[in-house]
Design a protein around this ligand. Structure first.
Ligand code: DOR
Ligand code: ZN
Length: 346
């Protein structure tokens, strides 16, 4: 039985760090395990221009724990007034690694997102030309579409037409949650990849809703019917370079989760690797964990795999803290509801 596993240091290809006191509180939980992360731009106000991204990057670097060499990979929040020239310049300066598409109204702080996809056509074309990836929150927002169907409908109505109209556009389908999305990504070729979160690999909607409603499992895209989860596990553990880790770790103060209208997001950063080792072990695929956490992402983004290693050890269940204290209040830590035996060796 494997009880120790040494892998290249992982990266997180989808992370919410927030800003200010919240960022200071959550950042060490990512830098403890991850070398780099794609930083989501959905601040209030959002990170829209190259100048915004440079300023946010500097705030992240200033908040890093002493001695950390963590590298934030910045993104721009796509709006209908994004200037393709600003995107080109930010990419050429090495300031940004991707542009993020939020359909307006799809999720937390997405009000400035895109309503009319024709209005961002010139940005997509510039990105295809320079090979800059588009990270996509793939859900339609039309009120008549059921929340559990929004991802599958988005693929047919929005994503596929965009990709057909923009040959060469490199797309990351973020936090996929359905069998449909896994199949579409797998069939997409070199220009298409998908990230998968920890919670979508471990839970389904029953975990969130049966026997009482668990707000700390509420995220967007929402957890789906149980038939989808095995398809996501199959994709993550397949060894295909098109699938890699994006935790979507999304901290909210506890009072915003345990509320009449609960904010979407699971704060998984502290336990992400322990959770993933459990998922991959259960699938008999521990030998493929490194591909998912540490190799396929850099490959897609054209970056080197991290030279440093980390070791995971199996033993007594780890203590999952109920909360992490931050200057913006306590944040509940994701707990999958079962013991986690893998830890990152100190
Ligand atoms: O659950 C989520 N939380 N999904 C998102 O897309 C946004 C994120 C957040 O920013 O809290
Ligand atoms: Zn996210």
């Amino acid at each position: 039985m494997t009880t120790r596993l040494t892998i290249a240091r992982p990266d997180d290809w989808h992370l919410h760090l927030r800003d200010g006191a919240m960022m200071e509180g959550v950042l060490p939980h990512t830098t403890a395990h991850f070398a780099r992360a794609i930083i989501m731009p959905n601040l209030v106000p959002p990170v829209v221009t190259g100048d915004d991204a440079a300023a946010y990057r500097d705030r992240i670097l200033a908040a890093l724990p002493e001695g950390s060499d963590f590298r934030p990979l910045m993104t721009l929040y796509l709006t209908e007034t994004t200037d393709p020239a600003d995107v080109r310049k930010a990419a050429a300066d090495g300031l940004i690694s991707a542009v993020k598409l939020y359909p307006a109204g799809a999720t937390t702080n997405s009000a400035s997102g895109v309503r009319d996809f024709d209005r961002v056509r010139a940005v997509f074309e510039a990105m295809a030309e320079i090979g800059l990836p588009l990270c996509v929150h793939g859900e339609v927002t039309r009120p008549e579409i059921d929340i559990f169907d929004r991802e599958a409908v988005f693929i047919d109505e929005v994503l596929d037409p965009i990709r057909r109209a923009t040959p060469g556009l490199r797309v990351v389908m973020e936090h996929i949650t359905t069998a449909e999305a896994a199949a579409y990504a797998a069939a997409g070729g070199d220009d298409l990849a998908a990230t998968i979160t920890v919670q979508h690999l471990m839970l389904d909607r029953n975990d969130m809703l049966v026997g009482g409603m668990r707000p700390h499992y509420y995220c967007l895209p929402i957890l789906k019917r149980g038939t989808h989860r095995p398809k996501l596990v199959e994709a993550a553990t397949s060894g295909s370079p098109q699938f890699f880790l994006g935790t979507d770790s999304a901290p909210h103060p506890q009072h915003r989760k345990e509320a009449e209208c609960c904010a979407a997001g699971c704060f998984t950063a502290p336990v992400a690797l322990s959770c993933l080792a459990a998922v991959f072990e259960e699938a008999g695929a521990l030998d493929r964990l490194e591909g998912f956490t540490s190799q396929h992402g850099p490959e897609f983004y054209g970056l080197p795999v991290n030279p440093e290693k980390i070791t995971l050890e199996k033993g007594d269940p780890i203590d999952i803290p109920a909360t992490v204290e931050t200057g913006a209040g306590p944040v509940a830590v994701f707990n999958p509801g079962r013991p986690l035996h893998w830890r990152v060796a100190p």
